[in-house]
Each structure stands twice: as structure tokens, then as C-alpha cells.
Design a protein around this ligand. Structure first.
Ligand SMILES: [Cu+2]
Length: 127
């Protein structure tokens, strides 16, 4: 390798190091761990995950009146059956691999269950 090439190679190495070094700010996203042995999962705002571990995450979501909440379903089928309450949104039939939104237009505490999996219960609190 000629000295000229050496300079070229080291210049390229330096260039790529600079290109990769920008920022140095590894994006860390807040997580919402639920159960004791569940890996932390990032849950977007105003979203309830119906997880493949047969849990709702978070189990209690607090929103303001008029918020549209997204229920996101993975590969395991679940439904969302709300307890009877004034202003409760419509139930969500058994689905998988999709997201369904419901608008909470009334103040209150709205419990819901997945009737396919015992103990799979969540609550949306609307203020
Ligand atoms: Cu379920």
C-alpha cells in the first residue's frame, strides 16, 4: 500500500467515524412494565395493548374526557367487553392483529374484560 493510499484509507475511516458519531443520544423511550415477569414494553399514549401474554397493558389507563383510546391487538385473539356504565363505549368483538379505537365521551371509570381469558381485566378512567 502506498503512503498516498494509506492517507486515503485513514481519511475514509475518520469520515465514517464522524458520520456514525453524530449526536450520541441513544433514544430511550419510557416503558410501562406491568406484571412481575413481563419484559418492559413501550406503550404509546392513550393506548391499551391486549398482549399475547393475555393481559391488558396498562391495566389502568387514565385519560381526559373526549380522548380516543386505541386498543391494539397482537397475534392472540381477544375481545374487550365493557362493564355496564353510563356513557360506556361499544364493546370490541374478538379480533387479532389490528387496532380499534373507542372515544370516551363521559367521565367515569370503565372496566372491561376479555371474556376469552380469565383474569384479563382493564380499566379506563376518564376525568
Ligand atoms: Cu384475551
Amino acid at each position: 500500500m502506498t503512503p498516498k493510499m494509506m492517507r486515503l484509507v485513514s481519511a475514509m475511516a475518520l469520515g465514517s467515524a464522524v458520520a456514525c458519531g453524530g449526536g450520541g443520544n441513544s433514544a430511550s423511550t419510557p416503558t410501562s412494565p406491568t406484571g412481575s415477569n413481563i419484559a418492559p414494553v413501550t406503550v404509546p399514549p392513550n393506548t391499551v395493548l391486549a398482549t399475547d401474554n393475555n393481559q391488558f397493558n396498562p391495566t389502568t389507563l387514565t385519560v381526559t374526557k373526549g380522548t380516543q383510546v386505541t386498543f391494539t391487538f397482537g397475534t392472540i385473539s381477544h375481545n374487550v367487553i365493557f362493564s355496564a356504565a353510563s356513557g360506556v363505549p361499544a364493546n370490541i368483538d374478538v379480533v387479532a392483529n389490528t387496532s380499534v379505537t373507542r372515544t370516551f365521551s363521559s367521565v367515569g371509570s370503565f372496566g372491561f374484560d376479555c371474556t376469552l381469558h380469565s383474569g384479563m381485566h382493564g380499566t379506563v378512567v376518564v376525568n
